[in-house]
Design a protein around this ligand. Structure first.
Ligand code: AMP
Length: 221
């Protein structure tokens, strides 16, 4: 049995065409089904749909043989597990080039970010991505107080809780709707396939087949 851990939401939608290209059809609709383990058209492949941030954990601890999640999530997970940015030693064979976005710094349109940085002010930064933000500002030599949030980061500067946010930006519409502007592009993000190395040794043949099928579907779906 091969167990695949997939991220709920946006990434899941974009993962389905890749799975299909690899010959795997998920039989239950995760939006409607209350089942936590979903069957596929292949009797020896099953799918777990979990929060994106839990995907690396399931793969690392062998709850799943492989998983798909964003590079942002993998970088944060790696720092939690002491593996500075390497996704805690998870084998990352493929950039799937889906759920593409960027991670950026944004501020209120009326906040003079350039002057604040130039003057060496201490910035209050709200984010879900504390490891990525800490490293980025440390490399720039900017002092920051990080405020950890779990969602709706855009709110923090609007209510005066933070000077800046570090968040994922795709179209930029959410920032625009909240009168925020992007002032730094930290890095490009896309979803990655991650693999449990021990599982790959034990189930090399069937797992290789899936990895190769994903590899040849990348950029085509
Ligand atoms: P947008 O308005 O298209 O720039 O999207 C921004 C909002 O969607 C922010 O709240 C982001 O956290 C979230 N977001 C954007 N891209 C992604 C992605 N690839 N995966 C998960 N969340 C995303």
């Amino acid at each position: 049995m091969i167990t695949l851990a997939l991220s709920k939401g946006r990434i899941f939608e974009e993962t389905l065409p890749l799975l299909r290209a690899a010959g795997i059809e998920v039989l239950d609709d995760p939006e409607k089904s209350r089942k936590l383990i979903l069957d596929t058209n292949q009797p020896d492949v099953r799918v777990l749909v979990v929060r994106a941030t839990d995907v690396p954990t399931y793969v690392q601890f062998g709850g799943a043989d492989m998983g798909i999640t964003g590079k942002d999530t993998l970088l944060e997970h790696g720092s939690d597990w002491g593996g500075a940015g390497n996704g805690a030693g998870l084998y990352q064979p493929l950039d799937l080039q889906i759920a593409k976005c960027r991670i950026s710094v944004a501020v209120r349109a009326d906040f003079d970010y350039a002057s604040a940085v130039r003057q060496g002010s201490r910035l209050k930064v709200a984010t879900k991505y504390v490891a990525i933000a800490r490293e980025f500002f440390a490399n720039k030599g900017v002092h920051v107080d990080l405020i950890k949030l779990y969602g709706s980061m855009e709110l923090a500067p609007l209510v005066g809780m933070a000077d800046a946010i570090v968040d994922l930006v795709s179209t930029g519409n959410t920032l625009k709707a909240n009168r925020l502007v992007e002032v730094e592009h930290i890095m490009d993000i896309s979803s990655r396939l991650v693999v449990n190395q021990a599982a790959l040794k034990l189930k090399r043949e069937p797992m290789r087949k899936i990895i190769d099928a994903f590899a040849s579907a990348v950029g085509k779906v």
